[in-house]
Design a protein around this ligand. Structure first.
Ligand code: CA
Length: 225
């Protein structure tokens, strides 16, 4: 699960990022409004949730929220802000946010609210399938023909990313950023190693792999035929 955090106060941004990463999320941080909006719009297919401060240099959170909402009706958006009058809360929700957390807040509360939104069906659905393989993100379980297959954490994360993007080419740089949470100047050959692990565990022997190699670009799991 990948979260975009737009927050200009470095100490708060670091606190949230570190906490969420410990919980297994990948977190990108933008420290001003324009960068936040740009990252959000470029990453619409990658982000599962947006955490937005309201008062930001450049563009404020309300403007970002409205612009993102136009492009992504389903993306969960949470405001994190010191603005706390009823009018302000209502204004934030009317701009298209799903939830509103007043600063200062407890990390546990924020985490709980994030989990609710990611589960509630307002976020992306949590069971992904291709042919005879099914991945249930909530149960953290993979089955093939209904039988459970044991995957390591990285194998699971890689498979989840490919299935979330089923039908689309997943570029190597995007895979590395989303599954390993490191950036693209890094050597990406680790991806091939893990693709092979997945193929060994999940392919039908003798049949073409369910993961297609797009030479020089990345990998794709095709839509069911
Ligand atoms: Ca701020």
């Amino acid at each position: 699960m990948r979260i975009l955090l737009v927050e200009d106060e470095l100490s708060i941004a670091n606190f949230i990022r570190e906490g969420l990463e410990e919980e297994g999320f990948s977190v990108d941080v933008a420290d001003n409004g324009r960068q936040g909006l740009q990252m959000a719009l470029e990453g619409l297919e990658d982000y599962d949730l947006l955490l937005l401060d309201w008062m930001l240099p450049g563009l404020n959170g309300i403007e970002i929220c409205r612009a993102v909402r136009k492009e992504a009706a389903q993306l969960p958006i949470i405001f994190l802000t010191a603005k706390d009058t009823v009018d302000e809360v209502v204004f934030g929700l009317q701009a298209g946010a799903n939830d509103y957390i007043r600063k200062p807040f407890a990390f546990e509360e924020m985490l709980a609210r994030i989990r609710v939104l990611l589960r509630s069906g307002e976020g992306p659905r949590q069971v992904f399938r291709t042919v005879d393989i099914e991945l249930d993100a909530d149960k953290h379980q993979v089955t093939k023909n209904g039988k459970e297959v044991e995957l390591t954490q990285k194998e699971f994360a890689l498979l989840e990313y490919l299935l979330r993007n089923k039908g689309r080419v997943c570029r190597r740089t995007r895979i590395i950023e989303n599954v390993w949470d490191i950036h693209f100047d890094h050597d990406t050959s680790v991806i091939d190693v893990y693709i092979n692990f997945l193929r060994k565990k999940l392919d039908e022997p003798g049949a073409p792999s369910f993961i297609q190699t797009i030479r020089g670009i990345g990998y794709r799991v095709n839509e069911d035929t």
